[in-house]
Design a protein around this ligand. Structure first.
Ligand code: MN
Length: 231
């Protein structure tokens, strides 16, 4: 069937050590998944059910790219996160089978316009403007679970210009990857190509033009971003 405008290109992220790409369908993000970060955001980490927000699939940015400082904000933040790439869809996925749905993992940076997010929280409004802007989903080269296994622990860090800003361990996640997949798939059918950004440890902070931010996860990989001037 002909399209009335040119179909948009398929967003995708890199696969490590190959020219292959992983096509991206949707991006789900977990809010407040590390106790220390939950506290720094002024909340009690009392294991209330996980909650999610989304970013557009075409917000993805590869490793070693320059991201222009986004519009409307004066407080752009980094958030170091483990990214889970779903290879097999399903609904009502049992925790015990959840990892069979994972294609691979990567290091990510959930770029956030913190001032807009804070305003949205205060006003009881959606988080989209704080979270779902252009080029807000930095995702490093994915590694297949077939090679890597399923990392349940490992140091996760963010450095800015070589200075350590965020540090945590995947083992400190409030909700594990199998639990997150089980919860998500109760709400909607997961599909191949979905990405899940699994939350950030403590130490989030501001980025300014000229900054070099590196997110690294032990055993998974890293992703580097340079912040450029406003467009
Ligand atoms: Mn996040």
């Amino acid at each position: 069937m002909p399209h009335v405008i040119a179909p948009p290109p398929q967003p995708s992220v890199a696969v490590a050590d190959t020219d292959d790409r992983f096509p991206v369908r949707r991006i789900f993000c977990v809010g407040r998944n590390y106790a220390a970060h939950t506290r720094e955001m002024g909340r009690d980490p009392d294991r209330e059910p996980p909650f999610f927000f989304t970013k557009p699939a075409d917000a993805v940015v590869d490793d070693a790219q320059t991201v222009a400082y986004p519009p409307l904000t004066r407080d752009l933040h980094h958030e170091a996160e483990l990214v889970v790439a779903i290879g097999r869809g399903g609904r009502d996925i049992a925790q015990a089978e959840a990892l069979e749905h994972v294609w691979g993992y990567g290091a990510g940076n959930d770029l956030t316009r913190r001032d807009l997010q804070g305003e949205a929280k205060k006003m009881g409004r959606p988080w989209d403007w704080g979270k779902g802007f252009d080029r807000s989903a930095v995702v490093g080269p994915l590694r297949p679970a077939a090679d890597l296994g399923h990392p349940a622990r490992g140091r996760i860090t963010a450095t800015v210009n070589g200075t350590l800003r965020q540090e945590g361990d995947l083992a400190d996640q409030i909700w594990s990857v199998p639990e997150i997949i089980a919860f998500l798939s109760q709400s909607m059918a997961l599909q191949p190509g979905d990405l899940v950004m699994t939350g950030t440890p403590a130490g989030v902070g501001a980025l300014v033009p000229g900054d070099q931010c590196v997110v690294e996860i032990e055993g998974v990989g890293k992703v580097r971003t340079t912040i450029g001037p406003r467009d």
